[in-house]
Write a protein that binds this ligand. Structure first.
Ligand code: SAH
Ligand code: MG
Length: 214
């Protein structure tokens, strides 16, 4: 998405102190094709966590727990709720969360996030909602959960540029074309949503930051 040289340069600055267990999750994800958040995308999320200090975080799409765990480590005073519908990934995530001893900070729910869930219903408000599940369903997730967003809350959506293909849909294969079109519709809807200020950043796989207007 960014100039290749710029990306290489930024990658070379990566500090090399990541915990081994995090590197292992990254390796596992790569080997098994689990689409975890890209490093630079997470750099951005981390800064948001430090600036905003959200207490209550909702994540749609846990996969193996990678982003939830990283958020928990960067925002130790937060409570994180995360929803994953795939039972295999859910089980792996539960294990990873245990490995990091984060069971008290992360509540993981095995469910389809398109359905209302009692555990989430029982939470009053979230300060940050992170949408990172089925890319064609971003708007559904957004509309379903925004009623749970704090008045000054923020919503982050991952993969809104999907490997850059969102910007050149003519390059989309037949298989992914519907999803690419859905993301394009979502981005346009989001940018024009009068209740939020949204910026889309071309980092990681494209990250949208929507701040609810006061
Ligand atoms: N946030 C993770 C990556 C999530 S990948 C990270 O960065 O580490 C997207 C995940 O969303 C997949 O595991 C997929 O099974 C899950 N998913 C897709 N649709 C869903 C739905 N309707 N409800 C819950 N999870 C869903
Ligand atoms: Mg993602």
């Amino acid at each position: 998405m960014l100039d290749e040289k710029v990306l290489l340069y930024l990658g070379s600055l990566e500090y090399k102190q990541d915990q081994t267990a995090i590197l292992e999750m990254e390796k596992f994800a790569k080997q098994t094709g689990v689409p975890i958040m890209e490093k630079m995308g997470f750099d951005f999320v981390r800064q948001i966590l430090k600036l905003r200090k959200p207490k209550m975080i909702l994540e749609i799409g846990s996969a193996i727990g990678y982003s939830a765990i990283r958020m928990a480590l960067e925002a130790p005073n937060s409570m994180i709720y995360t929803i994953e519908k795939d039972i295999e990934r859910y089980n792996i995530a539960v294990n990873n969360i245990k490995n990091f001893k984060l069971e008290n900070q992360i509540t993981i729910i095995n469910a389809d996030a398109l359905n209302k869930n009692q555990i989430i219903e029982d939470v009053n408000q979230f300060d940050l909602i992170f949408i990172d599940a089925a890319k064609g369903k971003n708007k559904e997730f957004f509309e379903l959960y925004e009623e749970k967003l704090a008045p000054n809350g923020i919503i982050i959506t991952d993969n809104v540029l999907f490997k850059g293909i969102v910007a050149s849909p003519e390059n989309a294969t037949k298989r992914i074309k519907p999803m690419i079109n859905k993301i394009r519709e979502y981005n346009e809807w989001l940018k024009n949503n009068p209740n939020y200020d949204t910026a889309i950043y071309p980092i990681g796989d494209g990250v949208a930051l929507s701040i609810r207007k006061g």
